[in-house]
Design a protein around this ligand. Structure first.
Ligand code: DQA
Length: 139
């Protein structure tokens, strides 16, 4: 059975409470439940992880090196973490980057992703549905 990793970075544990006008009112648990339904329908498995710490995300990217794919929302690390970028570059598994909000219509510091050059692609601005679009892109 194929296994995918869904990794979420800092402050995404606060989905549902955090700036709902930008990120919506759905919790991360609800998003994960929906993805689990898609996984069950397609006979794949998903490992879900969230951390507010850069090193955890790096360790999990390494751990996922033999997985069928990684879906990652690195939160604010997207914009400056060369360490997460290097971790992605160090594994051959394909990675899709997801952002709930349209980062390009927000503050200028959010317009840059140091992660994107080492990913398969980026899904931005489709709300929490972006995670499902990313998963389906692998199926
Ligand atoms: C985010 C966008 C980032 O700029 C922000 O720091 C986040 C969430 C998004 O999903 O829209 O934490 O990655």
């Amino acid at each position: 059975m194929k296994t995918f990793y869904v990794l979420n970075g800092p402050n995404l544990n606060r989905l549902g409470k955090r700036e709902p006008g930008i990120y919506g009112s759905e919790t991360l648990q609800t998003v994960e439940r929906r993805l689990t339904e898609v996984a069950n329908e397609n006979e794949i498995s998903i490992v879900f992880r969230q951390s507010n710490h850069e090193g955890d995300l790096i360790d999990w990217i390494h751990e996922a090196e033999d997985a069928a794919g990684i879906i990652i929302n690195p939160g604010a690390f997207t914009h400056y973490s060369y360490a997460i970028r290097d971790a992605i570059a160090s594994v051959s598994v394909q990675v899709v980057e997801v952002h709930i909000s349209n980062v390009h219509s927000r503050e200028p510091f959010r317009h840059t992703s140091v992660i994107s050059p080492v990913t398969k692609g980026q899904i931005v601005g489709f709300g929490t549905q972006g995670y499902e679009l990313a998963l389906r892109s692998f199926l």
